[in-house]
Write a protein that binds this ligand. Structure first.
Ligand code: IPE
Ligand code: IPE
Ligand code: MG
Length: 267
């Protein structure tokens, strides 16, 4: 059962929202497009980097809330393959914040039994960043609680192209007939091999698009968009998104239980 004692104060708004959550139906995998840092800073007449810096606290709180709710997988979209189009100073600032985050948070991850990994073309990041990420992944490899992924230099289309390349260079398939290839065997070549598809995709700051995130994996994911900007995102917003998620009916292309219970229409 969720361990929210000491995290959610009795009588608080958080507690009122948490009371609406069905703890037997917590999403296994939550993915988040952390958007709106620049707008948050702009509204305060601050440089964009101040928004990214403020967003780090939202990451901390979201990771802790997911661990306490016993969510199995959390994937945060932190830097896309398309974000290289931004000014060099912003990119450098983001990488610095990432380095800081990894070195400061490693102990907390370990204490909370959180296993950290990345998805994306990590080999194209600066060597110092790669080292820090690898160090955190190695250090937390034996943790058995929340699986926490950060998507870095990640693109959904890039991931699919990388998967095709890996598949074609795998001796199991190279030069052979691919007619037996199916969705499950293809998905083994994605960065997310072995990870269940997200149940819930959250996007902050109101934009109604997926911006190249987990394109293959979100085929039947429930999408929740909040106007809240990422630096303002707190545990209560996560709790709210789960309440909304639990109110949805997932049909996967089939019929709802209500519809299947109806007598067949006579012709
Ligand atoms: C999200 O915030 C963080 C990254 C993409 C790195 P943005 O920087 O995109 O913020 P907005 O969308 O400009 O407000
Ligand atoms: C998506 O946000 C990428 C991340 C959150 C890392 P963007 O701000 O880059 O996406 P667009 O440009 O609004 O589509
Ligand atoms: Mg944005």
């Amino acid at each position: 059962m969720a361990q929210l004692e000491g995290f959610v104060k009795p009588g608080s708004i958080e507690e009122a929202i948490v009371s609406q959550i069905d703890f037997t139906r917590i999403p296994r995998h939550i993915a988040i497009i952390m958007d709106g840092n620049g707008r948050w800073a702009g509204r305060r007449m601050l440089p964009r980097l101040a928004g990214h810096r403020a967003g780090v606290q939202s990451v901390r709180e979201t990771v802790e809330a997911c661990a306490r709710l016993e969510v199995e997988y959390l994937t945060l979209y932190a830097f896309s393959v398309d974000n290289w189009k931004r000014p060099r100073t912003e990119i450098d600032g983001l990488m610095r914040l990432l380095l800081e985050f990894m070195s400061r948070e490693l102990n907390t991850l370990l204490q909370n039994n959180i296993r950290f990994r990345t998805i994306g073309r990590i080999e194209q990041l600066e060597p110092a960043v790669q080292r820090e990420l690898m160090n955190a992944a190695d250090a937390t490899a034996a943790c058995t609680g929340l699986n926490f992924y950060i998507a870095l230099n990640y693109g959904g289309r890039t991931e699919i192209v990388d998967a095709v390349r890996r598949l074609l260079s795998d001796p199991e398939h190279a030069g052979k007939d691919l007619s037996a290839l199916d969705e499950d065997s293809f998905a083994r070549y994605l960065y997310t091999a072995g990870i269940p598809d997200p149940d819930l995709l959250i996007r902050t700051s109101g934009e109604m698009r997926v911006s190249n995130f987990l394109l293959w994996q979100i085929a039947y994911t429930e999408i929740y968009v909040t106007e809240t900007l990422w630096p303002d995102f707190r545990a209560r917003h996560l709790f709210e998104s789960i309440v909304h998620f639990q109110g949805r009916e997932r049909r996967y292309g089939g019929l709802s239980t209500r519809d299947t219970a109806e007598p067949a229409v006579k012709r």
